[in-house]
Write a protein that binds this ligand. Sequence first.
Ligand SMILES: Nc1nc2c(c(=O)[nH]1)N[C@H]1C(S)=C(S)[C@@H](COP(=O)(O)O)O[C@H]1N2
Ligand SMILES: [Mo]
Length: 405
Amino acid sequence: MDRRSFLNKVSAGSIATMIGVDIVFGSNMSSDYIPVIFEQDLYSVFGKHKDMIVLNDRPWNVEAQPHILDDRVTPANKMFIRNNGIIPSIKDSSDWELKIAGKSAKTSRSYSLEVLKSRFTKYTYQLTLECAGNGRSEFDPPAKGNQWTLGAVSCARWSGLRLRDLMEDAGYNADLVYIGYTGADTHLSGDPARDSISRGIPLEKAIQDETLLAYEMNGNDIPIAHGFPLRLVAGGWPASASGKWLDTLLLRNKVHDGEKMTGQSYRIPCETVEPGAKVADEDMCIIESMPVKSLITFPKSGAVIKRNETLPVRGHAWAGELAVREVQYSIDFGATWQKAKLESPVNRLAWQHFNAKIKFPRNGYYEVWARATDSNGKAQPMVLPGWNPKGYLNNACHRIAVKVE
Ligand SMILES: Nc1nc2c(c(=O)[nH]1)N[C@H]1C(S)=C(S)[C@@H](COP(=O)(O)O)O[C@H]1N2
Ligand SMILES: [Mo]
């Protein structure tokens, strides 16, 4: 990004948020001054790993690559960022409040962050969060939106209170069917009255053990890009359900109809359609549990090994609300498949690790393909599954290139 486009896109006030610390003599900087840190290394923005790929900077959308997702628990610097609006500038969370509102709330009230931390039991789960648009770049005809390849998925350890415990404490009416969220980020237009996104989850998902109001990620405060100081985390569902910078929970007596809950957003045709078809809003269904998928995180695609060397291959597999039953791999373009070693998840809704030791028959070019099957027996497709207008839910098999010489 050159200096001019940087200046057009980034307001001075948000620079400190991006760097993550206060600019001590910031008031001395002229309004068109660009801190040197951005000239040296754009990826120092948000402290991300150098192999992260910036898809968009207004709003910030940054994806990982498969080889940097090799950790069992995704560290903050390798976690994809998906924003719909402008990241809020929140330095101090001591006066943060969570409002409870909506027709199905017994009373409208607020909880301070301090009370959420001290009055409720703290739980920790490792939870898979995948953007519903992960894999969109492969759609044909193409789908508008961030052209995610494979890297819009993470599995960090989230700690906080159970949403269910808060709902019990606050009290709700018997007609409650849906929980909606709003966050403190601002709409790209700058209009404070508009939400950039306001989605949610049905009651059944809200009351699961693993559905958290998280105030920690991997044992630390949640990084600002990922929702500091409070975030709804609903693992296994489109990550768009996991509201960042959470300031309000709406207890609804009907399906939540906030920004990006309605129309075509985060919905797919209820029945399969022809590629390129136009689908009426009323024929679109809300995406709930994400489909089975796997990722080869080692080696990096393009690996070169010596003849007679055994190649260790490893990765993760996940299946939304379900567990993964089996991961297989193929080195002959899908003609035959072998079983990989598959571990159990550390808890429900966490991804599962697989590995295999592969020997290749002779020198040449190979591809390693991985294919996961969920606990209902449903396997990943080899190629792009059902086309849909917004390019969601591409769970096609991941493939890497390997050369033996
Ligand atoms: N308040 C708020 N919450 C949000 C979003 C957002 O733009 N604003 N984006 C959602 C989407 S679409 C995704 S995929 C995830 C991304 O989470 P991450 O940036 O922590 O990886 O956050 C979700 N929660
Ligand atoms: Mo998303």
